[in-house]
Design a protein around this ligand. Sequence first.
Ligand code: GUN
Length: 284
Amino acid sequence: MVKLIDGKAIAASKRKEMKLKVDELKGKGVNPGLAVLLIGNHPASISYVKGKIRDCEEVGIHSELLRYPDTISEDELLSEIEKLNQNESIHGILVQLPLPKQISERKVIETIAPEKDVDGFHPLNLGKMLTGQDTFLPCTPFGIIEMLKSENIEIAGKHVVIVGRSNIVGKPAGQLFLNLDATVTYCHSKTPSLSEHTKQADILVVAVGRENLIGADDVKKGAVVIDVGMNRNDKGKLVGDVSFDSVKEIAGYITPVPGGVGPMTRTMLLENTIKSALMEIGGK
Ligand code: GUN
């Protein structure tokens, strides 16, 4: 029988623990703070950002939602980030992606002080992750690993196949699994015979953004299937990249969409913000 990995429940239980940690920090005079910058009115981005602010409230993290019109210039946005870099009440800075065309994503990410980069997207932090140093881990890959740990799913020695090579999910996810002694295969849009690779996975991570990309024929019996996709189907329903109903008959574990990876991603952002606040007092 397949086991559903309930990301929503795992994330909720993590937030309970985090609330205690935040209270402890406040007792030591440190009030963790997160600034979330939203540029424009993209409906999905508005909804994600509101969720992040709500999560902060739940665990007692101070949050500031800073909204800018999508006509903001790159210079203006960079100078807003620089002000937050200097703001002592802010431990984490998150600029919601994607950005309007006139703004360079790379410049934005590189302007965020690495010690406030709770998304873990700054090249310095990605480099630290690559070399196995302690740093902020990108939230989605971090959330995936935490989910597997909660379910006591072994990673060392397993063959992990990642489908998708974005800087936010695919690439760092593979690296994290490698650091945990998995054997990692990366697949992407130019990979021929995708199914030949995915069928070999003990742990399959799918992060492409295409409904029904992975079906039952693409999965090994008993595999752990992690679906990072978030797509709206033709009925307006939120679905992943994996054909859930058929793959659940084959997989050993599977994450639902919604209620799988998404809530874990949001919650690891809180974890990174707490980590940043802890660093202020030299803690770990
Ligand atoms: N847009 C979609 N996912 C993310 C994320 O994890 N961080 C940021 N900053 N923007 C996103």
